[in-house]
Design a protein around this ligand. Structure first.
Ligand code: ASP
Ligand code: MG
Length: 416
């Protein structure tokens, strides 16, 4: 089995869907994971926000806009007189969710997941239908049933053991050799829909690859492969041919947009190679991430937006280990992702990803005896395998608040 993953940008219009079909035509033993089309997840977040504000008509208006967008793609692919009944049904379910839900803020994450999951349900329904009519017969997999996640919404981890049983049963029960499933979504033990975190489709594909012992996983993207830097920020960015799992995970963790950070572990566990390949050219080499590469030979530069927390212990007791434990446990209980830590006797700086829960965590820490300053609009820059020249070019910026170096990497947090 091979696993192919197509992100939202690769299926944002009919041309993208046709291109997907050209890539998969003639393949068998293939599991295709697809994201929501284009910017659909953002649009559905807008539906959720309208629901949150109690504005039902705005929510319905936004659903209609999303329907119209998908309708344009269907018209172009199959003709304006064709309706895909399942797509219309999905939109009707979505409208009913908005109409019938009595929204309570304590259930915000449940409703968020329920609503945004429609993006992937719709995209895979359209694509599976189109492929079935155009030479690629396939079986549509409902990942809400096939992926069992933990009982947590908006950023759920997948339970590998439970998922293996379900997913294999699904595959074995079908005589298809090509499967189409949604990225990003799963189902909780209580039967509700969960999502795996924004951009989580890569992680979905990696779980499928792990569970089915795939020979490889390919991510088809609108770039030539993995670059050693974001060309918008660092002008001399170049493509990396081969990369280790460790360098890739470090890049992803530091904020490289190329692959979701959770993707690597399930692949590495079974030494499954990951290819990042250009959507526009099936035969180009892209970048290969495998177990037999040692390290990248080019410096890798990554930049990521952060929120910086500066904690000051009121009783001057940061030297006590239990204080550290308290802080990390509190952040962890809110699933706040920590990227960089810097401490002195009385101060602790922590750079974290933006999250809905930071203010709650800050109030809890305040109650524990910390003065907490929250500094927004900062960014973390990581230069892995930095050179002297790069060090001198970047490390003396007066906007830098924290700077850390190890033999392999230079990392700093600076104001934007
Ligand atoms: N559609 C989801 C998102 O945009 C998941 C993904 O694209 O990987 O976040
Ligand atoms: Mg997406």
């Amino acid at each position: 089995m091979k696993v192919y993953k197509f992100g939202g940008a690769s299926v944002k219009d009919a041309a993208g869907v046709r291109n997907l079909r050209d890539i998969v035509l003639g393949e068998s033993d293939l599991f295709i994971i697809v994201s929501a089309m284009g910017k659909t997840t953002n649009a559905l977040e807008g539906v959720f926000q309208a629901m949150q504000q109690g504005d039902e008509s705005l929510a319905l208006e936004r659903i209609d806009a999303s329907y119209a967008y998908h309708r344009t793609i269907i018209d172009d692919l199959m003709g304006a007189d064709i309706t895909i009944e399942q797509v219309d049904k999905l939109f009707e379910q979505l409208r009913n969710t908005v109409r019938n839900t009595i929204y309570r803020s304590s259930d915000a994450e449940l409703w968020y997941d329920t609503i945004v999951a429609f993006g992937e349900l719709v995209s895979t329904t359209i694509i599976s239908n189109y492929l079935n009519g155009h030479g690629v017969s396939n079986h549509w997999v409902d990942m809400r049933r096939a992926f069992i996640t933990e009982q947590r919404h908006k950023d759920a981890n997948v339970n590998l053991e439970a998922t293996a049983v379900r997913l294999k049963r699904e595959i074995e029960g079908s005589n298809a050799t090509v499967f189409v499933g949604q990225g990003f979504i799963g189902g909780a033990p209580d039967g509700t829909t969960t999502t795996l975190g924004r951009e989580g489709s890569d992680y979905s594909a990696a779980i499928v690859a792990n569970v089915l012992d795939a020979e490889s996983m390919s991510v088809w993207k609108d770039v030539d492969g993995i670059l050693n830097a974001d060309p918008k920020i660092f002008p001399d960015a170049r493509k990396i041919e081969r990369l280790s799992y460790t360098d890739t995970i470090e890049m992803a963790y530091s904020g490289a947009q190329i692959i979701h950070p959770k993707t690597i572990k399930p692949l590495e566990a079974k030494r499954i190679p990951l290819y990042v390949r250009p959507f526009g050219n099936k035969h180009a080499s892209g970048s290969a991430i495998t177990g037999d590469v040692e390290r990248a030979y080019e410096p890798i530069m990554i930049q990521k937006s952060q929120v910086l927390l500066n904690l000051h212990s009121r009783d001057l007791s940061f030297v006590l280990e239990e204080k550290f434990a308290k802080v990390f446990t509190t952040l962890d209980s809110h699933r706040i992702r920590i990227n960089l830590v810097h401490n002195s006797a009385v101060n602790l700086y922590i750079a974290v990803d933006a999250s809905w829960h930071i203010d709650d965590a800050v109030s809890e820490l305040a109650a524990e005896g910390f003065d907490v300053e929250k500094i927004e609009d900062v960014e973390m820059v990581t230069i892995r395998y930095y050179t002297d020249e790069l060090y001198h070019r970047y490390a003396f910026d007066e906007r830098i608040i924290i700077k850390q170096t190890t033999p392999h990497s230079l990392r700093f947090v600076r104001t934007k």
